[in-house]
Design a protein around this ligand. Structure first.
Ligand code: ADP
Length: 480
């Protein structure tokens, strides 16, 4: 049995702010348990629901020297749906209202996390063959492992994989600050692996010290080797390209299942698609106070409201998208200017747009189910889960051809295979407008095509099976 430890800052159902949580909370279940013992380690945020916190068992605790003094490390454990989860307890660091607080303090919190993950290993009776680190929060694990722990027998043979879920966020901070809190040797800073453009950079360290690097779609893997998408690290990604792979994300098809989802009022599958989708749309219009029109073209957005997600393309089209035949639902938080503008439109045109600036998992499922089409015109997109979930619910994505969106949504005219959505190329308002008009025309004037696309979408396989096979092959390769 090969032993893998996932280290991350988020995993459903314990803590989620974005797609990272979906991945870390679902991928471990996709491996053959007779071959792979995949476990997960997370911070024990006090914001995790008491439903789970109360079930966690205390394994042990100890003190560790970190950033100038002795710090408490508690280890808690929960066996959940067949997977072992470990939680690193330290209320000083993980006691806030959510997983992330102030960015500078987050650097310290997650440096401590990386430090503590390695420190707990001898205490939990689990010596992983591979530590699979996810995003910059666990980026210093490969660095500590190959420096501080390099000559310790227990750690010597542990391999590391680092997965980039979003290259934009690298754990960049003041160099001296990172050197002080991490306690890592000075030569790693200066012009060393932990320093980029005069700043400390945790992800850069991870890319240098990991045995393999992955990201979450093949197109994004290619894109980020270019200057345009490389966020200053394209040179390094080109340099490690011999062990850098793109493996597309899946979704947990039991969690996102229109036939059985407990969050839905109406259930449907391919066998009752037409009536089920119509009833879901009506239920959503009712729930959100939108005018109940069966022929309106109901668009959904479930997203962080940031530039990455193409909001700057959507805003200029809001006059159009909040007038007949359109209706629009926006569930998302993020930049204040975006929240405000959606709110203003919602106040002015309450029968046509509803804007909800909070996080609500169950409502998001009803939006995915009840809308006709899903807007995701991202500037860049490592993989994107929103479009995968929309496809699963038979809600056709309108997306820009970038990263994982390009790899997972097929347009009418781009491929030999039949389409599953609407894909536009150029990142500009005209491109998005074209995609929306194309979708609307199909919806209104080519109903048979529309219905066929919806069926295609729902039949797509975005389960984790094939991606988990790719990860397993990579693990196997590292282990020789
Ligand atoms: P990212 O990780 O870049 O934010 P993804 O598309 O990969 O984007 O994943 C976003 C995930 O977060 C999806 O599961 C989406 O449904 C969910 N999500 C985003 N905003 C909200 C919200 N306000 N309420 C509920 N779910 C949300």
């Amino acid at each position: 049995m090969k032993k893998i430890l996932f280290a991350a800052s988020e995993a459903v159902p314990f803590v989620k702010t974005g797609g990272l949580a979906d991945v870390v909370g679902s991928l471990p279940y996709a491996f053959d348990p007779s071959e792979w013992d995949v476990r997960v380690v997370l911070p024990a945020y006090t914001s995790i629901s008491p439903i789970y916190r109360e079930k966690m068992k205390d394994v042990t605790h100890f003190m560790t020297w970190f950033n100038g003094r002795d710090r408490y490390v508690g280890i808690r454990e929960l066996f959940f749906r067949g997977v072992h989860y470990y939680f690193i307890d330290n209320e000083e660091y993980y006691g806030g209202a959510g997983p992330y607080t102030d960015y500078t303090y987050d650097i310290e919190k997650f440096t401590f996390f990386s430090h503590a993950v390695l420190a707990i290993l001898p205490n939990i009776g689990f010596q992983p063959d591979i530590i699979h680190c996810h995003d910059w929060h666990s980026g210093l694990i490969p660095v500590y492992l190959k420096t501080r722990y390099a000559d310790q027998d227990f750690y010597r043979n542990i391999k590391t994989i680092f997965t980039i879920h979003n290259l934009k966020f690298q754990g960049v901070c003041d160099r001296q600050y990172l050197m002080d809190i991490s306690g890592l040797p000075g030569e790693l800073f200066g012009s060393g692996p932990l320093c980029s453009g005069g700043c400390g950079n945790m992800m850069q360290g991870a890319l240098v010290f990991s045995d393999a690097v992955t990201t979450v779609s093949k197109s994004y893997a290619e894109e980020i080797k270019t200057r345009e998408y490389g966020e200053g690290l394209d040179w390094l990604l080109r340099a490690v390209s011999g062990h850098f792979y793109g493996i597309v994300n899946g979704i947990d098809e039991t969690v996102f299942d229109p036939a059985a989802d407990p969050s839905l009022k109406v259930h449907y599958s391919l066998s009752n698609l037409k009536s089920g989708k119509a009833a879901s749309k009506k239920a959503l219009q009712q729930e959100l106070g939108l005018r109940e029109e069966k022929d309106s073209f109901l668009l959904g957005i479930v997203s962080r409201l940031t530039d990455q997600k193409g909001l700057d393309l959507i805003i200029p089209l809001l006059d159009k998208l909040t007038a007949p035949p359109f209706q629009l639902v926006v569930l998302g938080t993020g930049e204040y200017r975006y929240e405000m503008i959606f709110r203003q439109y919602a106040e002015a045109r309450p029968d046509r747009i509803r804007a909800l600036a909070y996080y609500d998992e169950a409502l998001s499922h009803r939006i995915y189910a009840g809308c006709d089409a899903f807007l995701m015109p991202s500037r860049f997109e490592p993989c994107g889960l929103g479009q995968l979930i929309a496809l699963r619910f038979g809600t056709l994505p309108i997306v820009r051809a970038t990263g994982g969106l390009k790899d997972t949504v097929r347009s009418f005219d781009k491929s030999g295979r039949d389409a599953t959505g609407f894909v536009f190329e150029d990142y500009d308002v005209g491109g998005l407008n074209w995609g929306i008009d194309y979708a609307l025309d199909t919806f209104r004037n080519h109903k048979d095509d529309w219905n066929r696309l919806v069926r295609n979408a729902m039949k797509e396989d975005f389960s984790w099976q094939s991606s988990a096979r790719e990860y397993a092959a990579l693990y196997q390769k590292l282990l020789g």
